[in-house]
Design a protein around this ligand. Sequence first.
Ligand SMILES: Nc1ncnc2c1ncn2[C@@H]1O[C@H](COP(=O)(O)OP(=O)(O)OP(=O)(O)O)[C@@H](O)[C@H]1O
Length: 237
Amino acid sequence: MLTARKLTVERGGKTILSGVDFQASDGEMIGILGPSGSGKSTLLMALNGFRPATAGRVTLDGKDFYENFETFKSDIGFVPQDDIVPAALRVERTLGYAAELRLPDLEPEARIARVNMVMRILGLTESKDTRVSSLSGGQRKRVSVGVELLSKPRMLFADEPTSGLDPALERSLTENFRKLADDGHMVIVTTHIMSSLSLYDKLCVVNKGKLAFFGPPDQIKTHFKVDDFIEIYNVLA
Ligand SMILES: Nc1ncnc2c1ncn2[C@@H]1O[C@H](COP(=O)(O)OP(=O)(O)OP(=O)(O)O)[C@@H](O)[C@H]1O
């Protein structure tokens, strides 16, 4: 279990996140929501240890996450907002190359099997011979996610992976994340998309650097006294 208590992040003399509590278990998919600039990416990177909080504590299975980061880092997959895959290579080669770098101890056959598995999970098999530069935005995002899945990380953190996708691609990528969580991964995603919120186990709403809600999607409308997910943003304004 990943637990954060009273996380505070200060940057450039400004308090960006203040006293945020958070909890995620294996097999859970958690969405981090909130207006632009509310602190979602900051929270995600404090939780995954890439930019630790300046105060507060993060623990994984009861152990201090930052102090034991070297031990835990093989458990972490992180898909940042920007694309991380080279555009010139074909999909299968991109994943194969990433597998060579990330899994040097695996036999070549095992690496190929891992690449094939990741392509299958993410629906990329039919695009395996397509250059990344020719893929749609949604497919490219899947390749970025695929690179992170090669090592089967226990925890997958993704920063707005569905931004800029059409509703069908957004839904399908979110469903991919749901499947990963159902397979036992801990999936933590920042998002602005309100139409797929029911697929998440829990939602974490950040507003002006503070936690505004943490709980299951079926409680969020009651909490904010709204009829529709989209109206939450009016309440937070
Ligand atoms: N290094 C920094 N120094 C000063 N301020 C920063 C720094 N990094 C982020 N901020 C500020 O912290 C706030 C939160 O940023 P963050 O990227 O976490 O927001 P966000 O909710 O993810 O936004 P978006 O939805 O637009 O991606 C913003 O006001 C941002 O300008």
